[in-house]
Design a protein around this ligand. Sequence first.
Ligand code: SAM
Ligand code: SF4
Length: 335
Amino acid sequence: MTAPLIDPFRRAISYLRVSVTDRCDFRCVYCMSENMTFLPKKELLTHEELDRLCSTFIRMGVEKLRITGGEPLVRKGIMTFFNAMTRHLESGALKELTLTTNGSQLERFAGDLFAAGVRRVNVSLDTLDETKFAEITRWGRLPQVLRGIDAAQAAGLRVKINTVALKGFNEDELFTLVDWCAARDMDLTFIEVMPMGDIGNEDRLGQYWKLTDLRARLAERHRLTDLAERTGGPARYVRLEETGQKIGFITPLSHNFCESCNRVRLTCTGELYMCLGQEDMADLRAPLRNHPRDDAPLEAAIRAAIARKPKGHDFDYSRQSVDGRVSRHMSHTGG
Ligand code: SAM
Ligand code: SF4
């Protein structure tokens, strides 16, 4: 292993989130417009390039890889990439290989993912109502996702549900979702909606449901105990004393936990974003493609990028406008 990646604020970078495609079989209203234009295939990193990039990061101290997108499981031949990462789990250099998925393809891939060494998956699910599910995802169908979750649990994968908190949309399902997850032994994390990308006419400020409000609603029915657990990201956890269930809150906007940030994000075209809330990025595809047999220029580009990791993000919801809006889509950077 080469020297670990430490940024100017003495944060060790041990977590890489990798978007393997910008494509998706859903069109969630807060994420994409219905008529998205996707990147031409030649722009995307190949499986070999993804392998080389991730392996370089692992050599430089990354211990956790989260594969995301777009929808990672719609990328053609994606198991080739997961299977290639197994060697890093086996060597002990990589501690965790995981993914965030909409669940639509899990029925097909759950067994293969477990065999590749994946032990946990995050499945995004905002509602348990079939009609509302079709409305929010536009192209998604709830039964298919529920079958995917069944398959994942049957294969031995631990499932965590991620729910975007949307005012006027799933407020009324707070306890339904909590109870459903408890019955299936799944943790649940709520995410505040973020101002990313042009998604057409959706009114995101109207959708914004402050998680402090959500937490207060939860506390009306449950005793909540704050957990000390930290993942180096903008998530905080509580335990519901009655069920023992863990509930997470991801609040990138109304809180700022940047001082413990341990992560960077790689897009499917090889751009490295040092902060989800900032536009600055480094192109890693050029050193990768220009030097097919020498990783030194790639390592140098990674180190130069980490040296520019900002202290924190610039998101700010004000009364009248959404400032610090980030023009790229979440499906590009990987949520
Ligand atoms: N397609 C996969 C999925 O939906 O899980 C992985 C990619 S998706 C971009 C990752 C996560 O980002 C999902 O949980 C999704 O709900 C969330 N997300 C997308 N757009 C968002 C936004 N504007 N604000 C907050 N979360 C968002
Ligand atoms: Fe696709 Fe995930 Fe974005 Fe929904 S949130 S459109 S499933 S990438």
